[in-house]
Design a protein around this ligand. Structure first.
Ligand code: NAP
Length: 457
């Protein structure tokens, strides 16, 4: 087991097959790493391939040397920290104190804290790991960085995933030096200010979809309410009133009836706050007032609510496709055929029902297509490739398709001399015209810049 753990994440065969890892020029800047675990190995590989000279400090260099690229020097901790100016501390917080014997050699150097606390440690310690390291080594400059990058990403190199590396330190020079290293390694440094921000940076990997909590609970609550209603209507009522056992409908049929209701309500909750925000701005006659907190939060969660609406609609489509596959449906068909034969009817064709179903299906497919378009344009890679006009256009076309039924020119019907109000003309024109719910895409925020109020941004 322990031998398994000693293996690098990517085999050294692959690592050393890259000739750039075999030799680094003598004049290359030297970087130290304390620790020889997963993170240290990946970091050494990335640093070597980015043109740095790497010296790794281990308590047992003989045991670990074979796990590093051949261009990296693996030696004892004392030797490793003697010459580099920047030293990465790739050990866990509880072992920081074991490094105190190196205090003299480390004096005046930059220590990069890459550690991540567990959730329990994060709650337990009031000071961040980086601040704790700084308190142990007061003669060093501590920089918090790279903790949000996994060992795997480091070794494989930044590709499509998130390249951002939040960095903080009390020393701007040290922060700049580490930021430049991050750029050379292919990452994008994000300046988070002083070392006091380290706790916030350390909390980042602990987060679990914080923006999704409220929208998910909302969707779940709506689902339970609608499911209960449909259960009473489609299952309980026939059972009580007619003694018909329709409990088989619970897993598929009732779920399928519930999903579009949830999708519709969620979709309306995406656009409703935009209408409320616009109305509020019109009433106040200015955009330079903060929205109430509840509205602000609501506006910020529109993207998640919209994607959940799309998820419910997509599930509804899948369930609908599966309906004819159910055994109960086949029994129903056979029973109907038998009844027809017994009634001596050879041809069953109800024109109105046929048309109704054709239109129903067609509208359903169109609605799902529209919702898919909105969902796809909410993907950051696609949204970022569109300019503001293109994005608004997609939003407008997608949300107004089929909705323009009233009268109105669509031009501003509300003019004012107030310099703040031109920002409201768009909403006013929209409110004055017919499809206002789909055009609330350019309300000015209380923060003084234009922000999209449609759900995809
Ligand atoms: P690991 O595989 O367990 O390695 C930890 C290393 O610490 C050991 O290999 C050991 O190297 C060294 N060490 C130094 N003093 C020690 C002591 N007194 N007792 C035990 N070990 C000691 O852990 P890791 O995954 O590389 O993580 C290292 C640090 O990087 C942690 O702070 C972690 O939070 C952070 N990090 C890791 C990842 C990741 O994906 N793994 C991502 C982000 C941040 P020697 O035996 O050679 O001295």
């Amino acid at each position: 087991m322990s031998r398994e753990m000693d293996k690098p994440l990517i085999s050294l065969h692959l690592v050393d097959s890259d000739t750039s890892l075999a030799k680094v020029p003598d004049e290359a800047p030297k970087v130290g790493i304390l620790g020889s675990g997963d993170f240290a190995r990946s970091l050494a590989t990335r640093l070597v391939s980015s043109g740095f000279k790497v010296v790794v400090g281990s308590r047992n260099p003989k045991r670990t040397a074979g796990l590093f690229p051949s261009a990296a020097q693996v030696t004892f901790q004392e030797e490793a920290v003697s010459s580099p100016e920047v030293i990465f501390v790739a050990v866990f917080r509880e072992h920081y104190s074991s490094l105190c014997s190196l205090s003299d050699q480390l004096a005046g150097k930059i220590l990069v804290d890459v550690s991540n606390p567990t959730e329990q440690e994060h709650l337990q310690h009031r000071e961040s790991n980086a601040e704790y390291l700084a308190s142990l080594f007061p003669t060093c400059t501590v920089v918090k960085a790279f903790n949000v990058i996994s060992a795997w990403t480091l070794q494989a190199g930044p590709r499509d995933g998130n390249r951002q590396v939040p960095i903080c330190s009390d020393q701007p020079e040290a922060k700049r030096a580490v930021s430049e290293m991050a750029i050379t390694m292919g990452f994008m440094p994000v300046d988070m200010g002083s070392l006091a921000s380290a706790r916030e940076i350390e909390a980042m990997p602990l987060r679990l979809l914080p923006a999704w909590k409220v929208p998910t609970l909302l969707a779940l609550g709506l689902f339970i309410c609608f499911y209960a209603y449909n259960f009473v209507r489609d299952v309980l009522q026939p059972y009580v009133q007619e003694s018909k056992n329709k409990f088989f409908k619970l897993p598929v049929s009732v779920v399928n009836t519930t999903l579009p209701c949830v999708a519709y309500v969620l979709l309306s909750l995406v656009y409703l706050p935009g209408v409320l925000a616009a109305t509020l701005q019109l009433r106040r006659g200015t955009k330079y007032h903060r929205f109430p907190d509840w509205l602000d939060h609501w506006l910020q969660h529109r993207k998640q609510i919209g994607l959940l609406s799309f998820f419910c609609a997509a599930l509804h489509a899948l369930y609908s496709f599966c309906l004819p596959l159910r055994r109960s449906h086949r029994y129903d068909l056979v029973n109907l055929a038998v009844k027809q034969v017994l009634a001596n009817k050879s041809h069953l064709w109800v024109e109105e029902e046929v048309w109704r179903m054709e239109i129903y299906l067609s509208l359903g497919v169109l609605a799902l297509g529209t919702l898919s378009l909105l969902a796809v344009t909410s993907l950051p890679s696609i949204a970022n490739s569109l300019n503001w006009r293109e994005f608004s256009f997609v939003q407008y076309v997608a949300t107004s398709s089929g909705g323009n039924t009233g009268s109105g020119s669509g031009r501003p019907e509300f003019q004012s001399q107030d310099p703040h109000l031109p920002a409201l003309h768009h909403q006013t024109s929209v409110l004055g015209s017919r499809s206002f719910c789909c055009s609330l895409v350019s309300v000015s925020t209380p923060y003084g810049h234009r922000e999209d109020l449609s759900w995809t941004r």
